[in-house]
Each structure stands twice: as structure tokens, then as C-alpha cells.
Design a protein around this ligand. Structure first.
Ligand code: TMP
Ligand code: ASP
Length: 246
């Protein structure tokens, strides 16, 4: 089951904007296939980035292996090949946990702030995962009203997210990258445990070169900055190096 040839016989459970999910013989595991497709602004902008699937698969693998070592409960099982990885099957909690260490993106726009300043404290934004609504920003009370999580679960989610932020900030800094902000998602296992799920990659993080401030993430695609594929390769190469010298 480890080759792309064999994958063709597997039933596709879901196709997202950047990934496909396939059923495996094990009901507790699914196979994730990373595409080169890129979208932005709720898929109003569409394109393709050479090697993005392979880079995100590799980058997400490196990050999950690192988080796993630090004891963060997560869905990652193993990377199968260039484009595919095996993960634990979960019911995704329909919340996006956004963490902001710097002013950027939609928060800069919403608050009328210039992008680039470091926040004196960690900022958490909660979004409701619902494409039809454009993943709106919500608060804890809305999340509970929607049945997405209980107050107790939210507390747990904020705690794990804060810890993940500390681990990732340090990891990216070793790669001379500033983790300006990122988005993560969580899922529930069949026995009700909350674990980190979905990819962590330059699609889901804002990464700025520590020296120059150069954007090395999906903003290069969103904002037509050019050299998109090169940026994903650069992040990958830097992470490999940072983890080697750890
Ligand atoms: P935002 O500033 O556009 O709200 O994005 C915050 C972070 O979340 C940024 O690192 C990119 C990431 N993100 C996703 O992973 N998926 C999305 O659909 C969006 C809008 C942002
Ligand atoms: N992936 C999201 C979309 O296409 C948005 C983004 O990452 O900017 O809607």
C-alpha cells in the first residue's frame, strides 16, 4: 500500500483544496495525498505551485516528527513516499486555531494595522471551518453554540496550541525563520481523544526570513510575489538543516 500505483485502487473519502484523503485497509488510518494545487481567498484565486505537494508533505512530516518528540498528541503515523503520508483517522473539529506572534494578514486588515510589528503577547483567533461562510472569525461562545467544542475542550485546545506555538517558534528560529502566524486544526479519535491534525506547512504558516523579512510562505502565491516554489524548497532545506544540527 506504499506506492502511488497501489493508491489508485483506494477509495477517495474526501478531496480538499490542496489534499486528497483515501481510505486504507485499516479503519483507524487514512492516506493523505498532497497536491500542487493552490487556492486563496476561499478558492477565488486558483493556481498550481511546482513541487508544493512534495514540499508540504516533507515539511509537515519534519514538523510532526519534531512535535511528536516533544510529546504533542498528533495524527501523524509515517511518510509513505514523496506525495503521501499515513495518518490516524479523526473527526476534524470544525475550528481553525490561528496563532499570531506578529501583526499580519487578515488581522492587520481587520484592525487597520500595518503588517510587520511583533505582538507583545500571543494572539489567538478562532475561526469556524465552513467554506460556505468563508471560515468566519468567531469567539468561544459561538464555538460552544455551534457544538464544535465545549468550554473545557476549548481550554484544552488553547493550552495545546500555545505549547505548539512555543515549540514551532523555536524550531523555525533555528532555521532563521520568524513564525509570524499560523493555523492548526484538531481532530477527535474514535475513543474521544483530541489530537493535532491536518498539515503544518508554508500553506498554513507565515514564515519571514529572520534577517531580510522576505516572505517564504503562501503569501508569495496569494500576493503574486513570485518565486513561490523556490520559497517552499527554501523552507524545507532550512528545516532539514536545522533539525540535523539540533
Ligand atoms: P489570515 O491572516 O489570513 O487570517 O491567516 C492567518 C494564518 O492562517 C496564516 O498563517 C495563514 C493561515 N491560513 C490557513 O492556513 N488557511 C486559511 O484558509 C487561511 C485564510 C489562513
Ligand atoms: N486556502 C484557503 C482558500 O483557498 C485560503 C488561504 O490559504 O489563503 O480558501
Amino acid at each position: 500500500m506504499s506506492t502511488q500505483e497501489e493508491r489508485k485502487n483506494l477509495e477517495m473519502l474526501y478531496e480538499g483544496k490542496a489534499k486528497k484523503i483515501f481510505r486504507t485497509e485499516n479503519p483507524e488510518q487514512v492516506l493523505v495525498y498532497f497536491k500542487d494545487d493552490a487556492t486563496a481567498f476561499n478558492a477565488q484565486k486558483k493556481g498550481s505551485v511546482a513541487d508544493k505537494g512534495a514540499m508540504n508533505n516533507a515539511i509537515s512530516t519534519l514538523i510532526y516528527q519534531h512535535l511528536d518528540k516533544q510529546g504533542v498528541p498528533n495524527h501523524f503515523i509515517e511518510q509513505l513516499n514523496e506525495r503521501e503520508q499515513l495518518v490516524q483517522k479523526v473527526d476534524i473539529i470544525p475550528l481553525e486555531m490561528v496563532v499570531r506572534n506578529y501583526v499580519a494578514g487578515s488581522m492587520a486588515q481587520r484592525l487597520g494595522l500595518e503588517e510587520g510589528a511583533k505582538s507583545p503577547h500571543t494572539i489567538f483567533d478562532l475561526c469556524y471551518k465552513k467554506d460556505e461562510l468563508g471560515d468566519p472569525l468567531i469567539n468561544d461562545h459561538h464555538a460552544v453554540l455551534l457544538g464544535a467544542a465545549t468550554y473545557e475542550e476549548l481550554e484544552e485546545l488553547y493550552q495545546i496550541t500555545d505549547r505548539i506555538n512555543e515549540i514551532l517558534k523555536e524550531l523555525f528560529l533555528r532555521a532563521d525563520l520568524i513564525l509570524a502566524d499560523f493555523k492548526i486544526e484538531f481532530g477527535k479519535t474514535s475513543d474521544g481523544k483530541i489530537i493535532l491534525a491536518d498539515e503544518i506547512s508554508p500553506d498554513t504558516c507565515r514564515l519571514w526570513d529572520r534577517e531580510t523579512g522576505k516572505k517564504l510562505d503562501k503569501d508569495r502565491f496569494r500576493r503574486d510575489l513570485g518565486d513561490v516554489s523556490e520559497a517552499y524548497h527554501e523552507v524545507h532545506d532550512r528545516l532539514v538543516k536545522a533539525l540535523k544540527t539540533a
